[in-house]
Ligand binder design. Sequence first.
Ligand code: F58
Length: 832
Amino acid sequence: EKWPRGDESVWKQGLRSVNTDVPSITKSIVNHVQTSLARQAYNLDDLGAYQAAALSVRDDLILNWNDTQIHYTQKTPKRAYYLSLEFLMGRTFDNALLNLGLKDQYREGITKLGFNMEDLLEQERDAALGNGGLGRLAACYLDSSASQELPVWGYGLRYQYGIFQQLISPEGQQLEQPDPWLAGGENPWELPRLDVTYEVRFYGTADRLPGGRALWQGGQEVLAVAYDVMVPGCYTKNTNNLRLWESKPKRGFDLNSFNAGDYEHAVESSNSAAAITSVLYPNDHTTFGKELRLKQQYFWTAASLADIVRRFKNIAKPFSEFPDYVAIQLNDTHPTLAIPELMRILVDEEEIPWGKAWDIVTNTVFYTNHTVLPEALEKWPVPLMEHLLPRHMQIIYDINLSFLQAVEKKFPGDRDRLARMSLIEEGFPKQVRMAHLACIGSRKVNGVAELHSELVRTTILKDFVEFEGLSKFSNVTNGITPRRWLDQCNPELSALITKTLKVDKSVWLKDLDRLKELLPYAEDAAFRKEWAAIKQRNKERLAHHVETTLGLTVNTNAMFDVQIKRLHEYKRQTLNILGVIHRYLKLKQMSAAERKKVNPRVVFFAGKAAPGYYIAKLTIRLIVNAARIINADPDTRDLLTVYFLPDYSVSLAEVLIPSSDISQHISTAGTEASGTSNMKFCLNGGLLVGTVDGANIEIAEAVGENNVFFFGHLTPAVEDLRYQHMYRPVPVEEKCPALANVLDKISSGMFGDGEVYEPLLNTIRQGDFYLLTDDFDSYIGALDMVDKAYLDKEEWIKKSIRTTANMGKFSSDRAILEYAESFWSIEPIKVP
Ligand code: F58
């Protein structure tokens, strides 16, 4: 090919490649100190050194990213797009260095420049653009897509404020503070693409035209601006893209109003455009029906689809081939508007007949469900939809009409069925059921663990299975990336594994079933010793972190027992703290001689409560105040201490997870769709105490039931038990005296004013929707088993090794390859 511009040799001299040796790395860092930061050695602090090193890594990522995007553009493979309102990425620097295979070189260079690698890593703020499991799953899937060389892009929103920062008052109250994560200046991990913009319309009027089309005009128009986040694969050049949209007023501000002298109104309209991407909604498992939230959802799906369609049009193929080049995965129902929006583009703009357009949509879109909890299923009021998105509401009505006609044809005269399945729920106001729309507009629907997928098929989407057939509904059990959740967070364990397996770490990290080869080493005493020593050092690392951040001393000779996740009644942190109090009361009653036989335990909690979730906040308060009393008791404090670590985040999880001996995943059976931290703990050799729920079940199948501690009622029993609580309630004192005793102690003021906790305790005494009274005794029984098992140290270490060795299935590489092969029909494409 002909060189496009100027003197080829001059160009070629200027091109640079990734810096891989220490001298060019230090040179690049110093260059950035000097020019990008305009600083010098004598006034450079850790933050500046981090920024310069990050800019140097950024240069490397850009080179790979560029080559990847050009390669994809030239080869035009089918691509998949992962639409998620949340990407909980955490920190990037360490992850990028490891995936590039340059961490050692950078460490050496940074040391030569007079800095310490660990200190620089701590300078980075988490990108916390997500609430919990769903957002972190999206981040793991991006890492796996790049590492497995799959052409997958993420699309999300560039929130100005991520998940709030959590403070805990001395009384144990959760306080929220905004998280202005971008405030520290330039974010080195993104590329602003100020040239990539789309206009997005809201409100206005939609007038039907002949031939099924419509004209949507007027209303408010805002601009979507792209910011690209580079996602490096592990030991590959492939570097994928996460495109995040920022909202901007279409013009600086509304000139019409400005000319009319209405300055206030002009500024107001520009403010409202910027507001769309200003903040991540912090609710977990409840829907709020807020207009701004719906605006976020449409803004993001509209910009993403416009971008996807523009890219498709560049390859000049007929729209009938759209599904051969594009797969769109909906991460929960949040991007469901992609279905009517794609219909709008195809019908109104591309003038494709309705039926053909519907075929294209339903062959392109895929939907993952993440919860069966009724309060989390999205519904939007029809009047709000009609007002904000008049054309989309028409399209939804049209989809519903032909859908219900088809249902009527298959099940003639079944009025109840029609009402149950309709996209519109009757009521005041009427509401659009997003899960139904996502289901009928998709090629495949999946849950995130075997049990959960079965519950999707038999409860919330039962009618749809009967109507469309079973084959549309399947399962992809979640996974986690072993790069961040083993190699990065537990470098010593990773090194031991590499040494033991005698392969390069890039091999087993991308083929996690290789961990099976560790199994025979469970019988090797020297190996066990190394294994246990690493766990011990990880405990000390956590203790050091707690000491430096909170000023508290942690007993590292104790068993570390960890429960870290969003606070929610269904996750039952309350069960855990009640169990802790029960343990404390038992210890208090023991003689000194009896206490000598008890193994010390440190219990860690961390997690955020949605700001408006009163009961969840009360649980935090109970944990904090119980911890205050228990930790101060000289009779017991060598044997039991409790910590609530504030402001849980991805980077805090990276310190907590490798240190745990046992972790708790104790949701009421049938409520936790999958859970993913359960996988992280087990991959790091922590054992699990849990209910027969979500992915716990598959973990037990993989690692062997004798290596997990199960308790509690099973899913099929839950409905009956709830019925009993409603109609034949048995007082707690009768049903579970041990629990009643704990509740009484709290009420009577053992942990401060008992009155405060009454609303929380009453959720158990009355109704007990999450079945704490039914599961308490078997929970305590399971914890006793844990204590017993821990007494045999060697056997415990064997269990720990066997657990890690059997966790291969839970790599997000396996999960993403299942999506790629069974749903999207995309193939790996290696960048040369
Ligand atoms: C979680 N959902 C599930 N939702 O609870 C968990 O079992 C599963 O492992 C995980 O997804 C990944 O599949 C979850 O995190 C949210 O945070 C939503 C945020 C937006 C509002 C509704 C809840």
